[in-house]
Design a protein around this ligand. Sequence first.
Ligand code: CA
Ligand code: CA
Ligand code: CA
Length: 410
Amino acid sequence: MPVMNHAASVAVGLRALTCLSLLSFRKRKNLTILTIIRVLPIPGHCPCGGGVTSSVPFRGFFLWSDLLMRCFHLFHGRWSRLSVLSVAAGALATVASMAAPSHAAVVLFGSGAGNTFDMEFVTIGNPNNAADTTGYPSPAGSVGYEYGIGKFEVSEDMIEKYNANFGTANNLVITKDNRGSAKPATSVSWNEAARFVNWLNTSTGNQAAYKFTAGGVNDNIAVWTSGDAGYDVNNKYRNSLAKYVLPSYNEWYKAAYYNPNDSNYYNFTNGSDTEPTAVVSGTTTGTAVYLQSFGQGPANVNDAGGLSPYGVMGLGGNVWEWEESSGDLLNSSSSVTRGFRGGDWSNNSGGLSSSTRGSYASPSFEDNGFGFRVASLSSSAPPAVPEPSMMVIGTLFGIGGLMAKRRLKK
Ligand SMILES: [Ca+2]
Ligand SMILES: [Ca+2]
Ligand SMILES: [Ca+2]
């Protein structure tokens, strides 16, 4: 689903604020001003990645402003103003729901006939959730911002499309196992996964996430330094201006083990402290792909067990997944080991558990049970304060309520 960027949602919020505050003026003035507001251009660019754009939220706003004007035509006096206020509140609720930042999206990557693919992201909301202290590492799982995470593990097909679009021409071909296009891409090192993620960014006009200074596809990154735009002293691996990244240990953990419906963490990715039912494949709720013979291999990425409470598939089981985070969680040295989680199709339930995190693998390590998935961020640094547009809209409801109260007293 296409989403608006923050600047656009702020613009709509501010315009709505102007609109509503003007409703306390006399009718004749309102009509003129609302007409002006209606014809003003509203920015419509939506850089949610992959060129996905939409003007639907703006159209929704125009429809509401039309309705507002009609109300003014039909009624007079304080009740008309109350009607207008309630309609305005409805309009703002509509705008708010449409403008609320969402990372849920299907994003198209690549270009050229036969060389594109879709990647689906699930929104992981509930920013500033408390950390879990009953798993490993502890604490883990608290994330201060909304983000998206790939609904599925990265498939072989996606890596092949990367190779066709970018890898071949740049001597950066990612090597992987060949089980089939819908199977998770394995024998992909952390460095190769980071190359893939960088291309997701640069091919969509975004900042590369990881700083490669050497030429080989499996050479280690460098850390970002204070002279680099997007440098983050707390995470020297990740450029804070990047949109697509490998999930940090907290981002992966929250998507896997946190249930937003009851704000609790569970030991397994089926939203339960009881291990999921082991299956070879399928999408039945409460199942995961594990306890299979090693020769069986992983299931297709979109057939890899039931969903997590947030709606993500295969976090537990199918293949192990790289975290962005270093084994020591510090992300301060580029050559140290990286973390990995979730277990593969041949592990027992211990591999899937919130208490299990692998941390021994060097960034150039390859294994036919190791894959990864991608996370998406707002295209600038994660917000540390509530969304400006939401604050504006909150203020609006306050103003609307005060105006309604005053008029009822008359
Ligand atoms: Ca636990
Ligand atoms: Ca490889
Ligand atoms: Ca997995």
